[in-house]
Structures are given as C-alpha cells and as structure tokens.
Design a protein around this ligand. Structure first.
Ligand SMILES: Nc1ncnc2c1ncn2[C@@H]1O[C@H](COP(=O)(O)OP(=O)(O)O)[C@@H](O)[C@H]1O
Ligand SMILES: [Mg+2]
Length: 273
C-alpha cells in the first residue's frame, strides 16, 4: 500500500494486516483566535502502526511532532484527515491511549501512590483495588517503597517513572510519549531507555515515542519516522533490524545513526534556506 502524502514511501510489509493505529491524511493548521493568523503545523501525514510496534518520531524542533502525538491522544483535533485506533475513529482522549509528558505532568499535591491511582480512582475503582494497582505499577517501574513520597522529593528519573506508572495504571493499549526523557541527564536517560523496554516487554504495548535524539530512536524503535521541518510531513521511514539489547557502540547502530542524521541534517539546511 502506498501512502499518498509520503511520496515514494512504501509502508513495510509487517504493517499490513490489522494495524493498531491508522493515521490518514492528518493535517493541522492552528488559528490564532484573536488575530486569525494561521500556522500550518502539519502537512497531511499517513502512517499505519501495528499492534505492539514501537515507533519513534524524530524531526526538527517545531515540525509538528507534539501536534501529531496530541492528535493521536485526541487532545488536538486535526484540521483534515482521520485517525483510527482498532478501526474506530477517535473522538477525544480515551483510556486506551496513555500519555507521558516531557515535564512529567505529575500532580504535585498527590503522593506517588495518589498519582498512580488517579485514573483508576476517577473511574470509581474500589479503594482495596486501588492500593493493589498502585503497588503493582510502583513495583513495575522500580518505585516500591516510595509510594508515600511527593513528586518534590523525587529525582527527575523517578518522577518520569511515576509518569509512566500513572499512564500504565489505566491499562492503555497505546502509550504515547512526548520527549519523556528530554529533561534527564545522559546517564539517567540511557537507564530509563533500558527500563522502558523492560517494562514494555512485561506489559506489551503499542508505543509512539517522540524524541529529538537519534541515538534514543535507534536504541528503542522498531521503526523510525523522520519528519521534515514545519509544516511537518514524513520524510523517511526506517525499520531497525537490530535485536535488543542494542549495543550503542556497534557498527550497525552507528550506520543507522548516520543514515537518520544525514536525512535530518539536510532538513535543517532546507529549514534555514
Ligand atoms: N496551540 C497552538 N497554537 C498555535 N500554534 C501552535 C500551537 N501548538 C503548536 N503550534 C505551532 O505549531 C508548530 C508545531 O508545533 P509542535 O507540534 O509543538 O512541534 P514540535 O513538537 O515538533 O516541536 C510550531 O510552529 C508551533 O509554534
Ligand atoms: Mg514537541
């Protein structure tokens, strides 16, 4: 199947069959409500994501990555096009899609336990079960024993683990992550990438992960989507045929890094031109 918006880009065979997410012609123009000025954020994007796939989206700053992710989350309505999850059009945010934000987005007035329990509690889960839910997900992200601490008492890496646990506690099929490790130092970031893959292996999810970092994308992704400068469209799609746990110093890793980097560098030059 050839996706029309992505000129010349063939969707890989493994995406055929029953895709989890189908993005068809999704475009976004923001309109300033006061001045009427328009910002074309996203050109029509076409992309199929299969169940259990880990897709990383990389692209220059301001190219519409967050916009695309927010469209999948149902937080932003596309100006054109449609997104199907399990064959059904999305009409807004839903429990089947969990979001993890770059700046953690935790509730500072709630403890670790309170943050993790938030979604299930809103849905009326009984107290007894809530305690089991927070214990399970705190353990999954390595925060057992920290349930009664507040976000202000935690390191950046720990806060982001709470963010992941809070998203997972809603048992979403799809995990949407917007530069979740962008605020972490390099060592913590590498460790979090390892941990995320471990968590997702235990609890298989479809994952759409936005990042600025090419090494992060090559380490994590089954498939990398490279976007053009704003208004963003898909410029390249790369499968990552390297088995986990990937060696960041291996020749295959470096080769794919260079391929993606070259494509993105061209984009930065075009952006300035
Ligand atoms: N709510 C909004 N109103 C107006 N313009 C916006 C809004 N959100 C984003 N934009 C603009 O749309 C473009 C894409 O933004 P965004 O999706 O955040 O990019 P990225 O995540 O790739 O950095 C940018 O030029 C940004 O300024
Ligand atoms: Mg962004």
């Amino acid at each position: 199947m050839l996706h029309r918006g992505n000129v010349g880009l063939e969707v890989p065979a493994e995406s055929a069959g029953q895709p989890k997410i189908v993005i068809s012609g999704v475009a976004k123009v923001y309109v300033d409500p006061r001045t009427g000025a328009e910002v074309e954020a996203l050109c029509p994007v076409n992309l199929s994501i299969r169940a259990g796939e880990f897709v990383c989206i990389v692209g220059p700053s301001g190219c519409g990555k967050t916009t695309l992710l927010n469209c999948i989350a149902g937080l932003v309505a596309p100006t054109a096009g449609e997104i199907l999850v399990d064959g059904r059009p999305i009409g807004g945010p839903g429990r089947n899609r969990g979001m993890v934000f770059q700046e953690y987005g935790l509730f500072p007035w709630l403890t670790v336990e309170g943050n993790i329990q938030f979604g299930p509690k809103m849905r009326g889960t009984p107290l007894r079960e809530l305690v089991a839910v927070s214990a399970r997900y705190a353990k999954l992200v390595g925060l057992s024993g920290w349930e009664h601490r507040f976000p202000s008492e935690l390191s950046g890496g720990m806060k982001q683990r709470v963010g992941i646990a809070r998203a997972l506690a809603n048992q979403p099929d799809v995990l949407l992550m917007d530069e979740p490790f962008g605020a972490l130092d390099a060592m913590t970031r590498d460790r979090m990438q390892d941990e995320l893959l471990g968590i997702l292996r235990a609890d298989r999810k479809t994952c759409v992960f936005v990042t600025h970092s090419i090494p992060e994308a090559v380490f994590l992704a089954d498939r990398i989507v490279v976007m053009t400068a704003r208004p963003g469209r898909i410029k390249g799609l790369f499968g990552v045929p390297i088995p986990h746990r990937r060696d960041r110093a291996s020749p295959e890793f470096a080769a794919l890094y260079r391929t993606v980097d070259t494509l993105l560098r061209d984009e930065a030059v075009e952006d300035r031109a």
